[in-house]
Design a protein around this ligand. Structure first.
Ligand code: HEM
Length: 395
């Protein structure tokens, strides 16, 4: 693998073909905030301290045009102002309060219990098999079912939602078309519009019914707003958790001493979960649009400029993490930015962590050794980091 001095950050294959960690190390050292040429071009922010302060500065950096580079480069997100992740204050706060009410401890407690049951059942089943694809047999079933339980999605619909979801943000195929991804997003939103209409008329005890019947800012959400916010939960809830589970297994397979430490209890599950999240950095970047002229890391940014915040670089910043390319499940403190920071901090962080905790606990109980037995298939994306398949054997 080569280490280029220049990387086209809009190219979905760049992160698979090149050693991005070395690239980012060089960027942090020599040009921690730089202008990436393109049409339009955009700012790249690489240091932990700068990424952190950009996440916090919601006055100068807006999410409303979109928060994913590809979406911003192709004209912006039509869900701006309606979907939580792409809404600015004051509406963001109203929507977020509504969503957080839907994520009450009672709801989360019940969902977490199901996560533990499902994970331990799946791991016990695959532990008896020989070689298998961890992504297909385990990782695909946990987060999607968790979020579907939360939203009470009928079992029969879950497979098609997962298929659309995989197409919506990333691609397992380097040649894949952007149109497929747009089509998949539309399918998901159409699906949730129907479900929201139905639940509004006949509400149950689930998050969709709660969002469909509650008020934000003194009025009920429109059906489109309900659908977009459900979509945002499915997207956020499935992909990032799925790739972090796959990364957890791959990384422990590659670090047998750390795996032994976890099994023997000299590394705690909770610190290991945080290190997996840092190591995996499932969402490589998030993006913003400057609302006014400002300075970031000494560079002059103009109102209207796109600013990309690279979690993948911030999580490996040697100013914050001692020997960042060492996988250390006992690392503490571990101030990774995998869930973002500030007002848009991930609303699913509790569930994302619970899923990884359940996975690592179930694995330590029944698996002595993890072996990767084939070539894992990488995901081609400049947003989502990880693997679409992982052939393994558990001993
Ligand atoms: C926001 C990562 C799991 C739903 C975010 C953000 C990050 C992130 C970095 C901040 C985005 C920004 O600042 O623009 C992750 C990772 C996860 C995960 C790495 C798993 C390991 C989940 C889950 C859910 C979820 C399980 C749903 C249950 C959301 C939503 C937002 C969000 C709705 C928008 C919050 C807002 O704008 O106020 N996530 N997420 N995420 N995440 Fe997650």
């Amino acid at each position: 693998m080569t280490t280029p001095t220049e990387l086209d950050l809009t190219d979905a294959t760049a992160f698979v073909r090149h050693d991005a960690y070395e690239f980012w190390r060089d960027v942090r050292k020599h040009r921690p905030v730089y202008w990436h040429e393109g049409n339009p071009g955009f700012w790249v922010v690489a240091r932990h301290a700068d990424v952190l302060s950009c996440y916090a500065d919601v006055r100068s950096l807006s999410s409303a045009r979109g928060t994913v580079l590809d979406v911003l480069l192709s004209g912006g997100d039509s869900a701006g102002g309606k979907m939580l992740a792409v809404t600015d204050r004051p509406r963001h706060r109203e929507l977020r309060n509504l969503m957080l009410r839907a994520f009450s401890p009672r709801v989360l407690g019940a969902v977490e219990e199901k996560v533990w049951e499902r994970t331990s059942r799946l791991i016990k089943t695959v532990a008896r098999q020989g070689e298998f694809d961890f992504a297909a047999e385990v990782a695909e079933h946990i987060p999607m079912n968790t979020i579907c339980d939360l939203l009470s999605i009928p079992e029969a619909d879950r497979e098609k939602l997962l298929r659309w979801n995989k197409l919506a943000l990333s691609s397992d195929d380097a040649e894949s078309d952007r149109l497929d991804s747009l089509e998949a997003r539309n399918e998901i939103i159409g699906y949730f519009m129907d479900l929201a209409r139905h639940r509004r008329g006949d509400p149950g005890d689930d998050v969709i019914s709660m969002i469909a019947t509650a008020e934000a800012g003194g009025r009920p959400l429109t059906l489109e707003e309900v659908a977009l916010n459900c979509y945002s939960l499915v997207l956020g809830g499935d992909e990032s958790s799925r790739v972090s589970a796959i990364c957890a297994v791959k990384t422990f397979a590659e670090h047998p001493a750390q795996w032994r430490a976890l099994r023997e209890g000299s590394a705690a599950i909770d610190t290991a979960v945080e290190e997996v999240l840092r190591w995996a950095t499932p969402a490589m970047h998030f993006a913003r649009t400057a609302t006014r002229d400002m300075r970031i890391g000494g560079r002059q940014v103009r109102a209207g400029d796109i600013v990309t915040l690279w979690n993948t670089s911030a999580n490996n910043d040697e100013e914050v993490f001692d020997q960042p390319r060492r996988f250390d499940p006992t690392r503490s403190p571990n101030k990774h930015l995998s869930f973002g920071h500030g007002p848009h901090f991930c609303v699913g962080a509790f569930l994302g962590r619970a899923e990884l905790r359940a996975l690592l606990s179930a694995l330590t109980e029944s698996v002595a050794e993890i072996e990767v037995c084939g070539r894992p298939a990488p995901i081609y994306s400049n947003f989502l980091n990880g693997y679409a398949s992982l052939p393994v054997a558990f001993r």
